[in-house]
Design a protein around this ligand. Structure first.
Ligand code: ASP
Length: 438
């Protein structure tokens, strides 16, 4: 029988009622053999995520403050879940151990990881599945980077010993055995690691939305859900600010070519978004897959006569940024001009210095910097096959009375990036969406 790895996010695991829904989903398909969970998230607006409470507890303990009240709130939340599910499980011993560890300064990451640890124990018991502690099967290197291959070997061997299991997300072990977490939202990465190790046919990531939307719903009213998206398209959109899945969650499954299906725990009937390696089996009717964008960029505009024939000009300019540890985002150029687009936050407090550096190294005829730039990425794997996409994008923008400052089309024709003034950002996104989606 094939295997599906499921991962449930914090909002899907927030209370006993959600646990019931999760169990129903898991039991509805017997291929759902391995389950990765987050810590309980917010139950309502204004509520606290357990992970944040654990972080706070640790900080208080570190500052020598009493954590009794806060810790008993955490205890209550877990006990409430276990009691409402009628589970014959006592977490008292585990919770006491964790509390003592807080006072003994066992580590900030250890504290944060306990949210997932306890949740996975409860769900394993509720489902009648085994529990695998991520500490024994997810590993980091001494420099804190994730040790992908060793993890894959150990995790695969471990999964073979358990027909069905629940694994806590978000953390693993350092070579000396201490706990280390991924960055926030990192249970998505654990899900992907388990999917790869289980050689799963599918990685289902259950969350509180029915997939990726074609545009930001704060800008476009009721945008459509993206049915299928390739890993590379997703990377383009995530880079530009679309968030649902942790960015690093792509890599483990991408290596193994396993698709990811983003699903909504509250609406299991929705098909969600499929994230796939190859688009050929998943053709799309839409020329564009999605639109995303960000504000907060600066363009450094450089002009020099005969720039095109000056060997090494680009290297000199980029060398100035490199020496100062600044990465650039885009590099549109003309015959005698080039612009370097950089995040404004990277230049804060040192713009003059950078401009002087470029003047000294590359001796341009003129140089200026323009901040307040927003970038919009129009992403679509079907662009390569369809004519007139750029024309449609620019017609839409022109009709919305937006001035284009920069255009950059990736050589793979997967995206068109447009630089505009920040004040035109929302208007431009809406205009492009309307042009392509009806
Ligand atoms: N619980 C962790 C967080 O809040 C990890 C996760 O939910 O994926 O960031």
């Amino acid at each position: 029988m094939n295997t599906i790895v499921t991962k449930f996010g914090g909002t899907s695991m927030a209370d006993a009622e959600k646990f019931r829904k999760v169990a129903e989903i898991i039991k509805a398909d017997e291929r759902r053999k391995y389950v990765v969970v987050s810590a309980p998230g917010k139950r309502f607006k204004g509520d606290f995520k357990i992970t944040d409470m654990f972080y706070l507890c640790y900080e208080k303990a570190e500052a020598g403050e009493n954590i009794d009240a806060l810790f008993s709130e955490i205890t209550c939340r877990y006990n409430e879940i276990a009691e409402e599910l009628d589970l014959p499980i006592s977490l008292t011993y585990e919770l006491e151990r964790i509390k003592n560890a807080m006072y003994n300064m066992t580590g900030r990451d250890y504290a944060a990881s306990r949210g997932e640890y306890l949740n996975a124990m409860i769900l394993a018991r509720y489902l009648g599945y085994d529990f695998i502690d991520a500490r024994e099967a997810v590993f980091f290197n001494n420099d804190g980077t994730f040790n992908a291959e060793y993890t894959n070997d150990v995790m695969s061997a471990r999964l073979k010993k358990h027909e069905r299991a629940v694994i806590p997300g978000f953390y693993g072990a350092m070579p000396n055995g201490t706990i280390r977490t991924f960055s926030r939202g990192g249970s998505d990465i654990t899900g992907s690691i388990v999917a790869r190790a289980a050689n799963a046919e599918l990685y289902e990531n259950w969350t509180d939305v029915s997939g990726f939307l074609m545009a930001d719903p704060r800008i476009v009213d009721d945008p459509k859900v993206i049915e299928t998206i390739t890993y590379r398209e997703l990377r383009e959109l995530s880079y530009m600010g679309a968030t649902v899945l942790h960015e690093d969650a792509i890599f483990p499954v991408q290596i193994a070519g396993i698709p990811i299906n983003i699903r909504n725990t509250d609406r299991p009937q929705d098909r969600g978004t499929m994230i796939v390696a190859d688009s050929t089996e998943y053709d799309t009717k839409n020329v564009i897959t999605g639109i995303a964008g960000k504000k907060g960029f600066t363009a450094i505009n450089i002009a020099k006569d005969m720039m095109n024939s000056e060997v090494g000009f680009g290297r000199k300019v980029l060398g100035v940024l490199e020496k100062r540890g600044i990465s650039f985002e885009h590099l549109p150029s003309g015959i005698d001009t080039m612009s370097v687009i950089v995040k404004s936050s990277e230049l804060a407090g040192r713009l003059e210095y950078i401009l002087n550096g470029i003047c000294q190294e590359a001796a341009p005829d003129s140089i200026n910097a323009e901040d307040g730039i927003a970038l919009i990425a129009v992403v679509g794997r079907a662009m390569v096959k369809s004519k007139g996409t750029a024309a449609k994008v620019f017609k839409a923008i022109a009709e919305a009375d937006v001035n284009v400052k920069m255009i950059d089309q990736g050589s793979d024709e997967l995206n068109i990036i447009i630089g505009i003034e920040e004040s035109d950002f929302e208007k431009a996104v809406r205009a492009i969406y309307k042009e392509f989606v009806n």
